[in-house]
Ligand binder design. Structure first.
Ligand code: HEC
Length: 117
């Protein structure tokens, strides 16, 4: 009988720790996952299939005055028109807070700065 109780308690403990380890229901996504989901279509490996001069690598970012995670979030929120583009459209999709929350946007930004140097 005592053994049964002990097994039960152990099972409960295992279940609880699994909940803690594997996080909240719904699951939080990492910057890497979010990038893969939202950005990698146009920026595979930090490149840029539409404008090869504006990749996500440090040299290009710096040349375009994008230096902090906030600067990257700004670009997501407002990719902006491109005066050199015939349709006055830079080609990047806009991501508002409904598409990507501020928290997630910062996760993506940090991932970019850490990954593509
Ligand atoms: C539909 C294609 C597309 C998608 C999707 C896209 N981008 Fe872009 N991105 C572009 C284009 C085109 C540019 C160049 C825009 C310009 O001329 O300023 C760009 C530029 C940028 C730049 C500036 C790069 C530089 O060197 O100046 C950053 C940062 C950036 N994108 C981040 C992101 C992030 C983060 C995501 C996902 C949340 C994303 N992009 C999704 C097409 C895209």
């Amino acid at each position: 009988m005592q053994k049964l109780v002990l097994t039960g308690m152990l099972a409960a403990l295992l279940f609880l720790s699994a909940c803690v380890l594997y996080g909240k229901p719904g699951g939080e996504k990492s910057g890497k996952d979010l990038f893969a989901q939202n950005c990698s279509g146009c920026h595979p490996d930090g490149g840029n299939i539409l404008n090869p001069r504006k990749t996500l690598h440090g040299k290009d970012l710096e040349a375009n005055n994008i230096k902090t995670p906030r600067d990257i979030v700004k670009k997501m929120r407002n990719p902006g028109p491109d005066p050199t583009h015939p349709q006055d459209w830079a080609g990047m999709r806009m991501f508002d807070e409904k598409a990507i929350s501020d928290d997630d946007a910062l996760k993506i930004a940090n991932y970019i700065l850490e990954t593509f140097k």
